[in-house]
Design a binder for this molecule. Structure first.
Ligand code: PLP
Length: 448
């Protein structure tokens, strides 16, 4: 504590305390050298030794849509905390910021989705959505409809149920059985045409889904959950007809569609909601709703589903967390949405897309690059260890790329399997996008 703030000694002291006490989310014991960030502005963050980095991951996790260090948001938080820091939304209680945010979300949501349930984040949003889907069918007399369809490489959180419907088995290692009544189908990885046996990918995936629905029995299935664009799977962008055709198929069998918009919601793809055009029944949101200035999530549902949820006078809707609808988080979210609107952040995401498409043009032909995907402010560069077979780049070589970007170029990006991912704040400037693209180009050239 005696070291000067911003010095190498100060950073080292924090490193030592971190190692001694913190069990990090997703902690890899072979990687103990951390960047400890102490402040930020826009798309730049400074570490404990006062070294600036371009934040290519919006707070490391696709969160900080409107950028770091907004005094306007700090003032909103302070004034709400002073006025009323917390009051529960449970049962017969409510609070004004939650009410106003609920009304605002209902305006932004796809038509007919004006019912909102607040959460603290994305995993608990998934949990709520799954319970809501099952309960909806139950209340309508379809008590057998309990199965959930997820997808390989889907990511819906690491809680027991959220993880169970995700497609990443490692997260359950040593943690015993997962949630029953879950099945998974293939992801729309069109960068791997070999997966589709020479067929059109959507045709193949629709057939696979229908076969699985019939195998389980449509009368037993509550819902399918999926991200409009898979984030944790490595920015997997589906063909345009994929979700609309899935929607039609699910409707044919009375199965609900849950869109997990924890990453895509609130502007990242250039729209308020990336799923609006294919009419999901339930939308799970978090991250960009508050830009991370406070933890918050919201589950949006079709009006009829919301009405069914609170329509049984014998059995109430027994679900919710202490911090559901936290007033400070909701007040922050309201101002965050004002900023997104006022600064045309949705338009900005589209510009970011065009800057990366242009900036990354030079890497497409590098031998280690299997595919380059850019969708709004989501960039995925899939790398291969062997261009002749498309063998995925192994973990140690992926982290070497991330470390080069961090160490040599002061650019923060992430590895998701064999995919190098960038998901910056939506206020990223053109020169910063160019810097990130140049850094990636340099590192991948050197590693090719
Ligand atoms: N769903 C998606 C698509 C996510 O990307 C995430 C987190 O990255 C989650 C759910 C889980 O959200 P949280 O970490 O806030 O619980």
């Amino acid at each position: 504590a005696s070291e000067a703030q911003g010095s190498a000694e100060y950073a080292a002291a924090l490193q030592a305390l971190d190692r001694k006490h913190l069990i990090h989310p997703h902690q890899n014991p072979t990687r103990t050298e951390r960047n400890i960030f102490v402040r930020g502005k826009g798309s730049v963050v400074w570490d404990a030794a006062d070294v600036p980095f371009i934040d290519g991951m919006a707070g490391g996790n696709w969160v900080v849509a409107v950028g770091h260090g907004r005094a306007e948001l700090a003032e909103v938080a302070a004034s709400q905390a002073e006025k009323l820091e917390y009051f529960s939304l449970w049962r017969e209680y409510s609070n004004e910021p939650a009410i106003r945010l609920g009304a605002r979300l209902a305006e932004l949501a796809p038509a007919g989705m004006s019912k909102i349930h607040f959460t603290s984040g994305g995993s608990d949003g998934t949990e709520a959505a799954l319970k809501i889907a099952r309960r909806y069918h139950f209340e309508r007399g379809n008590t057998e409809r309990t199965w959930i369809i997820g997808r390989q490489f889907g990511y819906h959180g690491t809680t027991l149920a959220g993880g169970s419907v995700s497609g990443m088995d490692d997260m359950h290692f040593g943690a015993g059985p997962t949630m029953p009544h879950v099945t998974k189908v293939s992801p729309p990885m069109i960068s791997h045409p070999e997966m589709f046996g020479g067929q059109d990918p959507t045709d193949f995936l629709l057939q696979e889904l229908e076969t699985e629905i019939l195998r389980v029995g449509p009368e037993k299935i509550a819902a399918m959950i999926g991200e409009p664009v898979m984030g944790g799977g490595g920015v997997i962008v589906p063909p345009e007809d994929y979700w609309p055709r899935i929607r039609t198929l699910l409707s044919k069998y009375g199965i609900l569609l849950i869109a997990d918009e924890v990453i895509t919601g609130f502007g990242r793809t250039g729209d308020w909601f990336a799923s609006a055009h294919y009419s999901p029944d339930i939308i799970v949101t978090a991250k960009g709703i508050s830009s991370g200035y406070a933890p918050l999530g919201a589950v949006l549902m079709r009006d009829e589903i919301g009405e069914v949820m609170v329509g049984n006078p014998e059995k109430f809707f027994f679900h919710g967390l202490t911090y559901s609808g936290h007033p400070v988080a909701c007040a922050l979210a309201l101002t965050n949405l004002d900023i997104i609107e006022r600064e045309n952040i949705l338009g900005q995401a589209k510009k970011i897309e065009s800057w990366f498409v242009e900036g990354l043009d030079g890497i497409r032909d590098l031998p280690i690059v299997h595919d380059v995907r850019v969708h709004g402010a989501m960039v995925g560069i899939e790398l291969t260890a062997d261009p002749s077979t498309g063998e995925p780049m192994p973990f140690d070589r992926m982290v070497a790329v991330i470390d080069d970007l961090r160490g040599k170029h002061r650019v923060l990006a992430r590895d998701y399997g064999p995919t190098l991912v960038v998901g910056p704040p939506l206020v990223l400037e053109e020169e910063q996008a160019a810097e990130i693209s140049a850094a990636i180009t340099d590192v991948l050239r050197n590693r090719s």
